[in-house]
Design a protein around this ligand. Sequence first.
Ligand SMILES: CC(C)(COP(=O)(O)OP(=O)(O)O)[C@@H](O)C(=O)NCCC(N)=O
Length: 460
Amino acid sequence: WHNSMEEILKKTVAPFPSYEMRDKSPPPPESNSLEFMNFYKSLEKDKKLEFLEKLSYDFGVDHRWASDLAAKLLDTQVRDVATILQVEDRLRYSLTPRYRQLLTHISRVQGGVKFLVDLRADLIELASSKITDSPHMRDLNSNLKGLLSEWFSVGLLRLERITWQSPCEILQKISQYEAVHPVRNWTDIKRRVGPYRRCYAFTHASMPGEPLVVLHVALTEDIANNIQGIVREFSTLDTDEDVNKINAAIFYSISSTQAGLQGVELGNYLIKRVVRELQSEFPHIAQFSSLSPIPGFSLWLQGALGQHRKEGRAIELLSEQEWMEVEDVTGAAPGAPALEALRRLISTSEWIHSDRLIRALEPALMRLCAWYLYGEKRRGYALNPVANFHLQNGATMWRLNWQADTSQRGIASSCGIMVNYRYFLEETSTNSATYLQNKVVKASEQVMGLVSQFQKNSKL
Ligand SMILES: CC(C)(COP(=O)(O)OP(=O)(O)O)[C@@H](O)C(=O)NCCC(N)=O
C-alpha cells in the first residue's frame, strides 16, 4: 500500500522542469491528473493524511537548490542589475513547490477545480483537528488557498438572483445550505424569494449549479430589529412590491457552502456586490445593515456568572437593585445565592416566561451583551465570529435589539438579543483597514453607551 502511494505520486506528479525548460515543457497527459484524483478520492481519511503529508514533504520545494541560489544572489550584490534580476528569477522559480504544477494541471481537467476545493477542505479539517501540524502541510494549504483565491476572484464569479422561478435543484440547495435561519418547508423558501425579499448567490463556471455563498436580504421601510418579522411573518406572498415602502436592505442570513473556500472572503465580496445590485434597482435605498445573531453570548454569560459563584452575587454584572429583583421573582431566599438562580434561569430560558424578569433583566443583559460583542477579544479581534466577519468587512456595530429573536434557539443562544452591523458605504474600506490593522471596533453611540455602563459597574 505504502509503495502504491509512492508509485502514484512519482507517476502523477510531473518532474519539475529545469529553469531553462520551464516554459518549454508540455503539460503531462490529463490521464495523470485524473489518476491522481481517482486515487485520492478512493482513500480513507487517515490514508488521505498520509498521502497529503507525502505529497507536501517529498514534492515540495527543493530546499538545497533554493539555498544554493540564495547564496549566489548574495554574491551578485556587487554585479549589474540585469544579473541580479536573472538570479532572483531563478531563485523565485526554485521556491515554487513541485506539487504546485500538479495543482494547476488538475485545475484544467473536468471537475478538477471542485476536486481541489474539496481537497483544501480536507487540509483545513486535518489542520483544525490538530491531527497534523507539519509545516509542509501548512505550505500546501497556503499554496492551494493562493491558487483558489485567484480562480475565485470576483471577476470570475457570477452573481445569480434566486427566485421562485429558479430551478428546483437550486432552491433545494439554497434551503439545504441555509445555516442561520433553517428553512422548514416550501412556504419558508417561497417567502425567502418572494415580495420584499432578495436572495443572491455567487456561482463559478468550474462548479456549475453550485451556489458558493448565499445571501438573503429583506427590503424594509427601516432597519429591522426583529427576525420573526422577516422569516415568520405571513406577508401575503402574492402582493407586488411598493417601492415607497423600501428604504432599507437587511442582510439576515449569509452562508458559504464550500468549506474549502474558507479565507477566500466570498461572503464579503457578495455583500458588496449585492449592495451595488440593489442600488441600481432601488437608487433611493440609503440604509444597508445586517440583522445578525449573537451565537455564544449565553454561554459566555454563564461563564461570567460562574466566575463570581463564590460571592453568591456579582455586582459587577448586575446592580444591587437588579439582584434584588431576581431574588424577588425567583423567591431565592436572601441567603441563597441569587446568582445560581439566575444561572439556572438563563440555561433553561425560563426567564422568558416572566414579564417581570424580562423587564428587570433587559438593562443588565443588554450591557453585558454589548461588552461581549465589543470588549471580548481573541488575539485582539472580536471574539464573536459573526461580529468579526462584519467588522472585517468594515461594518459598524450599530444597534443591539432586545427581544429581536424570540425563537427557542434565539433565547437559548443569545438571550433573544440580535445586533445590526450597519454598512455605511463610504466608510467600509476605512473601517475595515482600521479594524484589521489597529483592531479598533467601530461602534455607534448606543453600543458605546451600553459598554460604558458595563465598565462603570465592573470597573473593567
Ligand atoms: C459568514 C460566512 C459566510 C463568511 O464567509 P466568507 O466571507 O467566505 O469568509 P471566509 O470564510 O473567507 O473567512 C461563513 O463564515 C459562514 O458560512 N458562516 C456560517 C454561517 C454564518 N452566517 O455564520
